[in-house]
Design a protein around this ligand. Structure first.
Ligand code: C2E
Ligand code: MG
Ligand code: MG
Length: 735
């Protein structure tokens, strides 16, 4: 409720009982009321004599003139005043009268009329009324005294009320001032605790209550300050020093543990003397926990990687330096392992940085689980981790850890709705043999890592002296590859696939060739990983697709019996959003019917993110192209998935075919894959068939097709054209 709506009599505490009490004090009785009423009738009969007289009187006081205003305002005031004085004798002095008097009093007080003016006004009123009473009562002494006494009583009653409004208004000002000061002290951003000389709390503001997790000020006022701060010697000493010396103490840092955790504070302490001569201590304090934490975090970030919490690059390098010192002293064999997540960029680009980050965090956790007490693991770059292995008894210990790391990473990673298969390549350098400084050791580990990648990734490789030369060569290769890719200095060879029922060519696989100006023919197995790393695989892959489709059209136009041309897709191509679009466009441009194009995707590419792969395979399938799973048997497919791939052909990896005639396991695996493919209504083809014995085995086990040197090596276009024209059948003669 707004205070102006509350009756002033209530605010000032003048209720009915108080009115009765006051009247009793003044001996104001019904007889007085009767006398006043009589006087009133007489006064009313005179035409407003008092207000005129009164205003003339007021005009003698220049300080009142501004309050009287112009003629119009003066007339209004005169009227108000005549009503006011007339009510004095009206004879109604109950609650309504009191409320009205108080309200007028408040107005007067607000416009600046002081209480002296009130008293002066009543004095004038009484003075002016004396002759009127005398005349009314025709000089009867007793009656005159009685009426005058009644008038005095009501005038004093009124004056009391006027003074009440003044007290009330003044009290209000004090209350407001007090509230204002309290609010300022409470809302101060820093905490304020006022103490007496015994270090007992006299006052705490709201900020300090919040800061120290205290509930109400009342609980602490009067208590010793140690209640709030605990018994920190440092703090009590500082308080006592200021108390004794009077010298202000600033920047006092202290810490405190409370329910909300460990907190840091900074305080200023000063001594003050009150007007009453009391000595007080002012303790002004700020909570600097957030600042401290930020500082600690900044310090942490100089040593640790913010994402994974592992040691960061500079810490790792420092530790390698330290490890090198140990190895120079001959105390321990020390190894460093450079761990690079294979094709991480692909995952990051396709799934987005947030999931990529999550993958790195999970990787960090798995790597940490492979550590021994004395080892360190750190993250030195995007997807590059370093392990420092101290106190190894032999270099072979590093191989044990490396194997452990590869195993730890082999289990699929669950990230959001994805199940990702990740592998890593590891380069190992051992001090002091492979380097005696951090720089040398890292260089050697980098060369070993490169070799592990070239060797097919998902493996570790120890540094060997000739690697430095080799990595030099690889760098040259990489720059040569850039040029070749820009100018498409590649060619395609085609390797026939043969149907084992008709013994005729039923398809051709396009295989990329790079004839290096100095090094001759380089295997795609060497340069395709490099193209994948530098991103050039995308334009080169599209070139392969277009060239193979165009070539198939050429053969068709030469009247050669149409057969499917197969193109290999790299992981990078397979995971690009625009793959279907590109395939569709190439088919459109070359005019090749979709059913004559086959896309080979290795099992390991598909298994890297099965859900996405299933989706992509379905989209490709809807274009009408054929799909085959390349290198089948090497990529940990589960039967469950295989059903969902919508592929047409399984290509049994050549590593199984190589020894089918001598190795019972490989023979069994091959037989199983053939049965499996047939059960899933897929065709099955054996890769790398080199001998009639292998062919005989495949025939016995109902394999559908073969591809391999036994029938033909991959051939340049002209040779392949000749072979197609010739239509040579597969010879079944045993060798
Ligand atoms: P792949 O797709 O499994 O191709 C079969 C590989 O086995 C080819 O090696 C082929 O020459 C070889 N090969 C065929 N028959 C025999 C045989 O009887 N004995 C032996 N020992 N090897 C045989 P190549 O041409 O060196 O290609 C290696 C891999 O490079 C391919 O494996 C494929 O994954 C990749 N590749 C080739 N061309 C391309 C391409 O245009 N794009 C992509 N992304 N990858 C390609
Ligand atoms: Mg292939
Ligand atoms: Mg293959």
């Amino acid at each position: 409720m707004n205070s102006s709506a509350i009756p002033i009599s209530i605010l000032t505490g003048i209720d009915d009982a108080e009115i009765v009490a006051r009247k009793a004090f003044l001996e104001f009785t019904g007889a007085d009321v009767a006398l006043l009423k009589k006087l009133h009738a007489h006064l009313e009969a005179q035409r407003d004599p008092f207000s005129e007289v009164f205003y003339r009187h007021l005009q003698h006081f220049p300080q009142l003139l501004p309050l009287l205003g112009n003629t119009e305002k003066l007339e209004r005031l005169k009227h108000t005043l005549s009503v006011y004085f007339s009510q004095l004798t009206e004879g109604e002095y109950g609650a309504e009268y009191v409320e009205n008097r108080l309200r007028v009093g408040m107005v007067h007080q607000r416009v600046g009329l002081t209480h002296q003016w009130y008293i002066g006004a009543y004095r004038k009123y009484l003075h002016e009324l004396m002759p009127a009473i005398y005349h009314l009562l025709e000089g009867d002494e007793k009656k005159c005294i009685a009426t005058y006494s009644a008038l005095l009583k009501i005038v004093f009653f009124d004056m009391e009320l006027a003074l009440d409004t003044y007290f009330y208004a003044e009290h209000q000002v004090i209350v407001r001032e007090k509230r204002f000061s309290k609010q300022i002290i409470d809302d101060m951003p820093s905490g304020l605790v006022v103490m007496d000389t015994a270090l007992n709390v006299r006052m705490v503001n709201k900020a300090s209550l919040n800061m120290f997790g205290l509930d109400t000020a009342e609980t602490f006022v009067g208590q010793s300050v140690t209640q709030i701060f605990g018994t920190s010697k440092n703090l009590t000493n500082a308080l006592e020093n200021v108390l004794e010396s009077g010298e202000m103490r600033s920047g006092l840092a202290f810490e405190r543990q409370d329910m909300q955790g460990h907190k840091y504070y900074l305080a200023n302490i000063s001594r003050a003397l009150t007007e009453e001569g009391q000595t007080l201590l002012f303790f002004m304090v700020s909570d600097i926990t957030a600042y401290k934490k930020a500082e600690e975090h900044a310090q942490y970030l100089t040593q640790y990687d913010a994402l994974t919490g592992l040691s960061n690059r500079s810490t790792v390098y420092d530790r390698i330096d330290f490890a090198c010192t140990l190895s120079r002293r001959g105390e321990n064999a020390v190894a460093i392992m450079l761990i690079d997540l294979d094709r991480f960029k692909l995952i990051n680009d396709n799934l987005g940085a947030a999931l990529g980050d999550e993958l790195l965090k999970q990787t960090a956790a798995r790597l940490s689980s492979c550590l021994r007490e004395s080892d360190t693991v750190g993250r030195t770059g995007g997807n590059e981790f370093v392990m420092i292995l101290l106190s190894m008894s032999a270099a072979a210990d590093a191989a044990v850890v490396a194997r452990k790391v590869l195993e730890a990473l082999a289990a699929p990673f669950r990230i959001a709705e994805h199940q990702l298969h990740l592998t890593a390549s590891i380069g190992i350098a051992v001090a002091p043999g492979d380097g005696v400084t951090a720089q040398e050791l890292l260089k050697s580990a980098t060369a070993a890592l490169r070799q592990a990648k070239i060797d097919g990734r998902n493996q570790f490789c120890f540094f060997q002296a000739e690697m430095n030369q080799r990595s030099q060569r690889d760098m040259q290769l990489d720059s040569g590859l850039h040029k070749a890719a820009e100018n498409f200095e590649f060619e395609l060879h085609y390797q026939p696939k043969v149907d084992l029922r008709s013994n005729e060519i039923c398809g051709l696989e396009a295989l990329l060739r790079w004839d290096h100006p100095e090094r001759g023919m380089i295997s795609p197995a060497t340069f395709i990983p490099l193209l994948e790393d530098n991103g050039l695989i995308v334009p080169v892959g599209t070139w392969v697709l277009r060239t193979a489709c165009a070539q198939a059209r050429v053969w068709q136009s030469m009247g050669i019996k149409p057969c499917c041309v197969a193109v290999n897709l790299s992981a990078v191509q397979f995971h690009r959003q625009d793959l279907c679009q590109v395939v569709k466009q190439v088919l459109g441009e070359t005019g090749l019917e979709a059913k004559y194009l086959e896309l080979e995707i290795t099992e390991s590419i598909i298994m890297r993110d099965v859900e996405r792969a299933v989706q992509t395979l379905r989209e490709l399938k809807s274009l009408g192209v054929k799909l085959s799973v390349d290198d089948f048997g090497t990529g940990h497919s589960s039967l469950n998935y295989l059903k969902r791939f919508a592929t047409d052909v399984l290509k049994i990896d050549q590593s199984f075919i190589r020894d089918i005639t001598t190795d019972a396991d490989d023979a069994m695996i091959t037989r199983t894959i053939i049965d499996l493919a047939h059960n899933l209504r897929m065709r099955v083809i054996a890769e790398g068939v080199e001998s009639a014995a292998q062919l005989a085995f495949l025939l016995r086990n109902n394999c559908d097709e073969l591809q391999g040197y036994y029938y033909s090596k991959p051939l340049p276009v002209e040779a392949c054209t000749a072979l197609l024209k010739e239509g040579r059948k597969l010879s079944l003669a045993a060798d």
